[in-house]
Design a protein. Structure first.
Length: 159
């Protein structure tokens, strides 16, 4: 799988979320300023609640815009053999015969996306898993929580 396809899938998902948040922020702002939201008494807070909601959604939209900028500019150079994991790396972990693919991104950890029929999850260097993976090479082991306790995962590939 090409890292550019991974980046494009992340960007597409972030863009969809940005579009949704932008529409929601506009709708909340319109509600906050509409005549129907005008206070009917000192305890009527509909307009103020809508304004707070619009502000929060606008802030989230700004964060998504910043994330899009970061992902558009991310370095996707192929890593040399036996290179340690870093931002921009695709990392394959294996445990109990099952492989899982992760992309080390600058933001938006936990975002799940798919390229074709291959799913992956974005992790960041500041996440618990990211702290274990960044700087490690293929062959190293990391631990992830499991139902019956920590599960040892082997780093199969860093690219």
């Amino acid at each position: 799988m090409q890292k550019s396809a991974v980046r494009d899938a992340i960007i597409a998902q972030l863009q969809r979320e940005l579009d949704l948040q932008t529409r929601a922020a506009h709708a909340a702002r319109e509600e906050a300023t509409s005549e129907e939201s005008k206070s009917e008494g000192k305890y009527d807070m509909r307009g103020q609640e809508a304004a707070y909601l619009a502000e929060g959604q606008a802030r989230l939209a700004l964060e998504l815009t910043e994330s899009l900028t970061l992902y558009h500019g991310i370095d996707l150079a192929e890593l040399p053999a036996n290179a340690p994991a870093a931002v921009g790396a695709l990392v394959t972990l294996e445990a109990r015969g099952k492989q899982t693919l992760y992309f080390v991104g600058p933001r938006n950890g936990g975002l799940e996306a798919q390229v074709g029929d291959i799913a992956f999850t974005v992790i960041t260097p500041s996440s618990p898993l990211g702290r274990q993976i960044v700087g490690q090479r293929a062959g190293a082991s990391v631990q992830l929580p499991g139902r019956a306790g920590p599960v040892q995962h082997k780093i199969v590939e860093v690219r």
